[in-house]
Design a protein around this ligand. Structure first.
Ligand SMILES: Cc1cc2nc3c(=O)[nH]c(=O)nc-3n(C[C@H](O)[C@H](O)[C@H](O)COP(=O)(O)OP(=O)(O)OC[C@H]3O[C@@H](n4cnc5c(N)ncnc54)[C@H](O)[C@@H]3O)c2cc1C
Length: 408
């Protein structure tokens, strides 16, 4: 293997922590710098797709993942009455070599954090260390972390910016970009303990482009209940008026949801009841950024949401960050020099993630819901009277292929 590099990672989210582990596994020296003082298990549920689970399994994390998540059995696409349009099997049931996991984002982050502390050492994890700026020469990079007027500098060979949607590095290299782009949809997210539904491991995506309810379990209990994670999307505008700075922890209100979802009672899921019984609700606008013409700038590379924030359609947020982490470790382990390595990483990942950003702007998998809603807004007796089921299957397969799904 070429010589190991001294690598600094800004951001201890899902992407930054996974990159720390993949790079450490290849023998590089890694230090992680996180802006917040204490890393808390924030967020609600997310899904990690099988091809990203494969990366985490290679890191020896399969058992730990299994212990804190649900193996997603199927994704059920439904109309706003809960009538099934298509049930897409996932995990072993779908012929995948690895499971798809429904997991609390905070649980995944803590699992990765524990692995980083155990393998790389707590002394290489710095909190309260916000990346402020950096300078690079042909041979090294100097990065400044901390508070604006009290930052300390470190020297390294490579700086990986895994600092999320408001990335400092991205802003420096693309200064005219401005705020993230909003499509006018507001997302409310919550978790609720409620009776398990369908297979007990099903994710349902119901509704249409203006109102959608997504729900899946992230924990099961012996009494037949589950901790359900849910996301309620409502199109509240055309996106032309900025929604304000997005904040993953901004509280949301039940009253904003009931006018739309108040009568969404399915045979197997009482949507208004699930919303009302939530332990907490958060509100976040559906935002992304335009695909970039390049991600690597000499000795600096973007990763995860810093590189390709995208609408959360198709469970790609954490998944694509994990795939980036694998790719950047591969590239930095196959080249003697940093710059060509980061260019190879850019070439390996940027086109694929740019395509997902664009697909999600065209509604991604939600296009299936819209097709049926447009043709049968009041529901249907037989799906075949509304749409050819083979057409639905083709649409879903096309999206999955572009997003990198691979079955055995
Ligand atoms: C608090 C929080 C809650 C979230 N909740 C959800 C959720 O419920 N559902 C969902 O789909 N997605 C959620 N996300 C986003 C999701 O985690 C990402 O889309 C995806 O996992 C890609 O991860 P990432 O590591 O690229 O970015 P992120 O997960 O956003 O992580 C970026 C990390 O970088 C840190 N950081 C930011 N600026 C700097 C800086 N200048 N220097 C050093 N560190 C910095 C942040 O504190 C954060 O820890 C959440 C993100 C955060 C930060």
């Amino acid at each position: 293997m070429p010589k190991p590099f001294d690598i600094a990672i800004a951001g201890a989210g899902i992407g930054g922590l996974t990159a720390a582990l993949t790079l450490h596994a290849r023998g590089h020296r890694v230090r992680v710098f996180e802006a917040v003082k204490a890393i808390e298990p924030l967020g609600v549920g997310i899904n990690v797709l099988p091809h990203a689970v494969a990366v985490l399994s290679e890191l020896g994390l399969a058992d730990a993942l299994d212990a804190v998540s649900i193996r997603t059995k199927e994704v059920v696409f439904a109309n706003r009455f809960g009538q099934t349009i298509y049930a897409d099997p996932r995990g072993a049931e779908g012929g995948y070599s690895h499971p798809q996991y429904s997991i609390h984002r905070g649980a995944l982050q803590m699992l990765l954090l524990d692995a980083v502390r155990a393998r790389i050492g707590a002394e290489n994890l710095f909190t309260g260390a916000r990346l402020q700026s950096f300078d690079q020469s042909e041979t090294a990079i100097r990065a400044y972390f901390g508070e604006p007027n009290r930052s300390t500098s470190i020297d390294c060979d490579v700086l990986i910016a895994a600092d999320g949607i408001h990335s400092v590095v991205r802003r420096k290299h693309h200064p005219g970009e401005g705020l993230p782009k909003w499509n006018g949809v507001m997302m409310w997210r919550g978790t609720t303990r409620a009776p398990a539904f369908l297979s007990g491991r099903s994710m349902v995506q119901a509704g249409h482009r203006d109102a959608k309810f997504v729900c899946y379990p992230i924990a099961q209990f012996d009494d037949g209940t589950a901790l359900l994670n849910w996301i309620a999307d409502i199109r509240v505008g055309d996106g032309s008026v900025p929604p304000g700075r997005e904040d993953w922890n901004k509280p949301g209100r039940v009253e904003d949801l009931m006018p739309i979802f108040g009568d969404w009672r399915f045979d197997y899921l009482d949507v208004p009841q699930v919303i009302r019984a939530a332990s907490a609700i958060f509100e976040f606008p559906m935002v992304d950024r335009d695909p970039l013409p390049c991600w690597s700038f000499g000795r600096v590379g973007l990763l995860g949401d810093a590189a390709h924030p995208m609408y959360p359609i198709g469970s790609n947020g954490a998944t694509q960050a994990i795939l980036d982490a694998r790719a950047i470790a591969d590239a930095l382990s196959q080249h003697d020099e940093v710059e060509p390595a980061l260019l190879a990483y850019d070439a390996a990942r940027r086109p694929a993630t740019s395509a997902i950003i664009e697909m999600n702007r065209r509604e991604g998998l939600d296009a299936v819901l819209d097709l049926v809603h447009t043709r049968a807004p009041g529901g249907f007796n037989r799906l075949e009277d509304v749409v050819d089921p083979a057409e639905i299957a083709r649409m879903i397969q096309a999206y999955k292929s572009a997003a990198g799904h691979r079955t055995q």
